[in-house]
Design a protein. Structure first.
Length: 209
């Protein structure tokens, strides 16, 4: 039996979800847009989207920025390229593991981590990779579901996670624990959907780090 929360499982389940992903994820699009607006992406900047899914973030990025979109699932990368036929962004989409990015240090001005830290097997390794490829002074936009920082994790949530983690996402991850393993500075942290279970977080890489 395949272990829960592996790259292989994510490729399998998101290949199945790819044809209907946009219809389901559309309900979160307003928060996705809000998160990207905080980045204030300029036309000349290089933007990396890790775990880009079907490329829904492309809808909210300026047409002249330079975008690299990665996802571990080939079916999702195909959807990204199909979406961009209409949008005509300066885009390179590729299959890549967000835990092991192949880009050089300080390659991007902005990084987008939407709905990925709660899905990928190792969120700490992922955010460290995002920090590594980000230029000093660059920013990271995060939109995802995390446990409340000041509340004890309930048994109900732990039990529910046995099912959610199998089918789509981990709902027991603590953002504060994840970001503490980096040198990133929290610029803002806002409640979003489902009573604050989703959060919109803006991070910045400090100069010299």
């Amino acid at each position: 039996m395949m272990a829960v929360n592996t790259n292989q499982l994510n490729i399998f389940r998101y290949t199945l979800y790819a044809p209907v992903y946009d219809r389901v994820a559309k309900i979160l699009d307003r928060s996705r847009k809000r998160s990207i607006q905080q980045l204030n992406v300029q036309h000349h900047e290089k933007v990396l989207i890790v775990g880009a899914g079907t490329g829904m973030d492309l809808d909210h990025l300026p047409s002249e920025c330079i975008i690299t979109a990665t996802d571990i699932t080939p079916a999702m990368v195909n959807r990204i390229n199909r979406r961009n036929v209409k949008l005509n962004h300066r885009l390179e989409a590729m299959v890549m593991d967000g835990q092991n990015l192949t880009f050089g240090n300080a390659s991007f001005d902005k990084v987008i981590l939407h709905l990925i830290l709660s899905v990928i097997p190792n969120p700490i390794k992922t955010i460290r990779e995002a920090e590594r490829v980000l230029k000093p002074g660059g920013r990271i936009a995060i939109y995802d579901k995390f446990v409340h920082p000041y509340k004890k994790l309930s048994n109900t949530r732990k039990i529910s996670n046995l099912f959610t983690n199998l089918f789509f996402s981990n709902i027991t991850r603590n953002f504060e624990t994840i970001v503490a393993q980096t040198s990133l500075k929290i610029i803002s942290d806002q409640k979003a959907d489902l009573g604050g279970n989703f959060r919109i977080i803006l991070l910045e890489k400090q100069s010299g780090s």
